[in-house]
Design a binder for this molecule. Sequence first.
Ligand SMILES: [Zn+2]
Length: 108
Amino acid sequence: MIRRLRYAWAFLFGSSRWVEPVFHLSSNLAWIVGVPAFTLWRHVYVERGIAPAGLIAHETEHVWQYARLGVVRFLPLYWFYQIRDGYDYNPLEIEAQNAARKAVRSKP
Ligand SMILES: [Zn+2]
C-alpha cells in the first residue's frame, strides 16, 4: 500500500529516486502522433524499431525531467514554455538537445 502511494506520488509530483526508462520501439502511438519519438513520464515511444543514440539520449532526458518534476508540473511547464518560447527555445527541449549532443559527441 505504502509502496503504491509512493509510486503514485512520484508519478504525480516527482521524486529524487531513480526512474527506469521504458522504451517502446516501433510504437504505433508515435506513428499516430506523427513524431519520431515522444515521452510520457518514464515511457518513451519511438516510431521506428531502432533509434539513433542522440534520439535515445534526448528522450531519456525528458524521462529525468518528468522524474524530477512529476507529471503534474512537467506537462503544464512544458506546454507553457512551448507556447511562450516555441520548440527550439523551450528550456526543457534545450536541456534534451544538450543531452543528445553530449551523447553523440561521446559516441566511440
Ligand atoms: Zn524533446
